[in-house]
Design a protein around this ligand. Structure first.
Ligand code: NG1
Ligand code: MG
Length: 512
């Protein structure tokens, strides 16, 4: 982020009944229901969108840049607060959801001192509390430790499908953190601060995630994708797609194979975090001068593959693509066991005891695995980080820009990189599933340039880069060859496929 520190510009827009076009109906319903629920009008609405990740999958927690895009799907929270902090040492949270069947209304008396979150409960209000906890860190930093938060009444409406790989959780945590900041009188909320606390506090609800989702949810800007980077520190900048004819579209299609990361974490998402962290330590021990420690960094377990990368190339002039190409080679010659590594083999590779391996990598989040596939995971990370750079240079290196007669060829190059990501996610990272693989084949055969899973995978959503004039053909093909073969409700069919346009990130709307 250059110079100016981007802020959410609290109360950025004034919400009036007409101001949000077709979203207006949904917002008006939210505000009417708020009045009916709490007997008072909402003071403001906090919004944070879901995101679709275009390329750069499962590398944010290894601290490599990725390219998400904010979506129209979002979380909106209507909020009102009590004027004065209550005097009995606690403040009251009343949390309700427009979908009260699935998400029961809850009331909490929260002690000023801390916000406890029971991550073993898959309780929807945990995400609000995660955002609250993050915002309190910022408020305490600014106003001192004895800061007394205000009581809040909140009504949530979310259109980001849960467990769908579109970062429903990050949208909810980010919107919640922002709502607490505004409720407690903050006028301009710094997006970087908000993102950092949203990342850390989301881990409190049990998923040891990276930082892409929260960054995309908070920083996204209309009409652009977002390059999110983590080194030397968190930063995000808009990336624009060249105008091509036919125009490029992103289709997001649900597999409806739900992947609940809280439940499958120990054998899926959280296990990958462990395997990558072990690979970082193993490569560092084998390839860096003995005694070179992995640097402490923002990786979920305090270290990352990027940390090894920085160690290995600490004083090089080599370009980033050149470094990554070298690291791919070194991984192949160093992590030679295709069948994976036992805990003991990881320990001897790093040069520490088995107990230290368990303490360092396997005790902050439960994981289950006999063999850790360090080779495959590290190869995915380095090749994926390289694909992001190649995708970016296609978009920004004017020498590669599309001219009128090579639009199709240019778009096909973008799509090819996305297809390679899908192959790597399926083969090396093993985070795809047969349904997603089938959807990708169908979309490609119907004229799409590139198709892949988006988000954590193991189900969830697919994203397809398609020319505008093929959207209907691809929609038809997916309906005929995928959805019609499975029993989906009319509601599910309605939400199955969206053509997503890049939308704004977090914002606050004063209700007049
Ligand atoms: P989703 O599945 O969209 O929540 C998850 C992680 C991201 C990133 C992607 C894979 C969480 C909250 N987010 O995204 O940090 O690692 O998977 O690229 O788990
Ligand atoms: Mg999520």
């Amino acid at each position: 982020m250059s110079g100016s520190v981007p802020t959410v510009n609290a109360l950025q827009d004034i919400y009036t009944k007409q101001s949000l076009g077709d979203q207006g109906v949904r917002w008006n319903k939210l505000l009417e229901k708020f009045q009916a629920t709490y007997g008072r009008p909402a003071q403001f609405v906090s919004r944070s969108p879901g995101r679709v990740n275009i390329i750069g999958e499962h590398i944010d927690y290894s601290l490599y840049s990725c390219l998400p895009m904010g979506m129209t799907h979002d979380v909106i929270l209507a909020v009102s607060t009590d004027r004065e902090p209550s005097q009995d040492g606690t403040y009251k949270l009343k949390l309700a959801n427009t979908d009260e069947q699935r998400f029961a209304t809850r009331e909490f008396d929260v002690p000023f001192s801390e916000v406890e979150i029971d991550a073993t409960q898959h309780e929807w209000t945990n995400y609000f509390k995660a955002g609250l906890r993050g915002a309190l860190q910022l408020l305490r930093k600014k106003h001192g430790d004895d800061f007394k938060p205000k009581s809040m009444q909140v009504l949530m409406d979310g259109t980001v499908p849960a467990g769908g790989g579109l970062s429903s959780s990050a949208a909810f945590v980010s919107a919640s953190a922002l709502a607490v900041m505004i409720a407690n009188g903050e006028k301009d909320v710094d997006k970087k601060d908000l993102t950092e606390v949203a990342i850390v506090s989301e881990r409190a609800v049990g998923v040891n995630s990276g930082g892409m989702d929260q960054s995309a949810s908070i920083f996204s800007e209309k009409g652009s994708a977002l390059l999110v980077s983590f080194v030397p520190s968190l930063s995000a900048r808009p990336v624009f797609f060249p105008k091509t004819d036919p125009e490029l579209c992103f289709m997001v299609a649900q597999s409806y194979v739900t992947s609940n990361k809280q439940v499958t974490g120990p054998i899926h998402y959280n296990l990958r975090v462990v395997e990558c962290s072990m690979a970082a330590a193993y490569l560092n021990a084998k390839l860096c001068p003995s005694g070179t420690e992995l640097p402490k960094d923002a990786g979920p377990l305090g270290v990352s593959i990027r940390g090894f990368h920085e160690n290995y190339f600490k004083d090089t002039k080599k370009s980033m693509p050149g470094q990554l190409t070298k690291l791919i080679e070194l991984t192949k010659s160093t992590l030679t066991q295709e069948e994976g590594y036992t805990t003991e083999e990881v320990a001897s590779g790093i040069g520490i005891t088995t107990d230290e391996v368990i303490a360092r990598f396997m005790s902050s989040f439960p994981v289950r695995g006999e063999r850790f596939k360090l080779r495959q995971r590290a190869l995915h990370v380095f090749t994926e980080a390289l694909r992001v750079l190649q995708f970016l240079s296609l978009l920004e290196d004017t020498s590669q820009a599309p001219s009128s007669d090579n639009t199709v060829e240019f778009n096909a190059k973008l799509g090819k990189l996305m297809n390679e990501t899908q192959d790597s996610c399926r083969e090396l990272y093993e985070c795809s599933c047969p349904e997603i693989d089938e959807m990708c084949t169908i979309a490609r055969e119907a004229g799409g340039y590139g198709s892949r899973l988006t988000g954590a995978g193991w189900g969830g959503c697919s994203v397809h880069l398609v020319p505008a004039d093929k959207v209907e053909d691809i929609r038809k093909a997916l309906v005929e060859k995928y959805y019609s073969k499975r029993k989906f409700s009319a509601k599910e069919m309605e939400a199955a496929i969206v053509v997503s346009r890049p939308m704004n990130g977090s914002a606050v709307y004063k209700v007049v």
